[in-house]
Design a protein around this ligand. Structure first.
Ligand SMILES: [Zn+2]
Length: 169
């Protein structure tokens, strides 16, 4: 099959916590995900995806695990990545031999390693994904909304803390 015809989504816990709802059948994750997703709503999305055969849970190959270990010890990401994070990257590497893969994660270290591996990634919080939730940075005091690129934790007007508010698109 033509590699360009299929895009597989590799989902980490933040994808489910962020509200990603798998639409097609080409969604993959690792067994550890079930321990990492703890809140009720995310758990339901996860279970539903498994029941509807939209999510495949897969162990990565040993070869990819070793390759990832090498890459992250060179990039300095090894200390910031959990065992599950590494396996997720290994799985992405495995599947990238067969199809286009896109990692859905909010973890900057995972994104960094994906970049090194030339694997596409998308952040659910910063960019938003079709059919799911978006986030707006909002001041807790004066309610001013900020662009996602606003670099500070405090409001420039009133100095209150800025939080991320979840908004349905
Ligand atoms: Zn404010």
């Amino acid at each position: 099959m033509d590699k360009n015809e299929k895009t597989a989504y590799i989902l980490d816990a933040s994808a489910f916590i962020g509200g990603f709802e798998p639409k097609s059948s080409l969604n993959f994750t690792i067994p550890e995900i079930t321990d990492e997703v703890k809140d009720m709503k995310s758990k339901l999305i996860l279970e539903e995806a498994i029941n509807e055969n939209k999510l495949t849970i897969k162990e990565p190959s040993q070869i990819s695990n070793e390759k990832i270990d090498n890459v992250i010890s060179n990039s300095g990401d090894n200390l910031r990545l959990s065992g599950a994070d590494k396996k997720l990257l290994s799985l992405a590497l495995d599947l990238s031999n067969e199809m286009i893969v896109k990692i859905i994660t909010d973890d900057y270290s995972i994104q960094n390693v994906a970049k090194i591996l030339n694997i596409i990634y998308e952040s659910i919080l910063t960019e938003g994904i079709k059919g799911v939730y978006n986030w707006a940075k909002t001041c807790n005091g004066c309610r001013k909304e900020y662009e996602d690129s606003y670099p500070h934790d405090d409001c420039e007007i009133c100095g209150s803390k800025i939080f991320k508010k979840r908004i349905k698109r």
